[in-house]
Design a protein around this ligand. Structure first.
Ligand SMILES: [Zn+2]
Length: 196
């Protein structure tokens, strides 16, 4: 039954339980067909046209994303984030003018996520290729985030760049995405220098 399949697919989305999934499905069925057709087109467009930037891991419709391709961005500062939603949070706050590298997660023994599961190889290639002077590690203040920070300090050591991490103020276990712009900006400005 297509309706059940729709409800099932919707209920797998973050923040959508089975009851919300039913409500959305009913809304779509009640709605006129043009609105549903538009939604189908948008979904198809996203599916076909949006890829990961080959350089930083951000989403992009081109091979290289807008941020990496922007000559006005400061190429000497690289901010490492866990996910694209963290990148969006920092862009929303509009104070960082450098570039990003999306790790794709953090190291986690429990979830079996090791360095090979993250975009670390790509990071090291960039360190060699680009003229990066400071790496700002903006990971969550979780245990996994912290051990990932130590791991990054290790692998970045041979490049002799400044390494800093966000100041206290990042909620424990909190994601950057949930921080307001002012707190995020302060945590960024007051970042701790860990290696130079
Ligand atoms: Zn990029």
């Amino acid at each position: 039954m297509p309706i059940n399949e729709l409800i099932h697919s919707l209920s797998k989305m973050p923040g959508v339980g089975s009851r919300s999934a039913q409500r959305i499905a009913l809304y779509l069925l009640k709605n006129d067909k043009i609105a549903v057709a538009q939604l189908i087109t948008v979904l198809q467009d996203v599916y076909e046209k949006v890829h990961k930037c080959e350089n930083c891991g951000n989403f992009s419709t081109a091979r290289i994303c807008n941020i990496c391709a922007d000559p006005a961005r400061d190429a000497t500062q690289l901010c490492i984030v866990e996910t694209v939603s963290d990148l969006w949070a920092l862009e929303r706050a509009k104070f960082f003018r450098g570039r990003y590298h999306v790790l794709g997660g953090v190291l986690s023994a429990i979830d079996n996520i090791g360095p090979d599961n993250l975009n670390i190889k790509e990071l090291l290639a960039r360190m060699q290729r680009e003229k990066i002077e400071e790496v700002i590690v903006a990971l969550s203040a979780t245990l996994e985030g912290q051990s990932t920070l130590f791991y990054l300090m290790d692998v970045l050591e041979p490049f002799h760049v400044r390494v800093s991490s966000l100041a206290q103020g990042v909620p424990i276990g909190g994601e950057l995405n949930y921080m307001d712009n002012a707190t995020l900006s302060t945590a960024f400005q007051d970042r701790r220098l860990l290696a130079s």
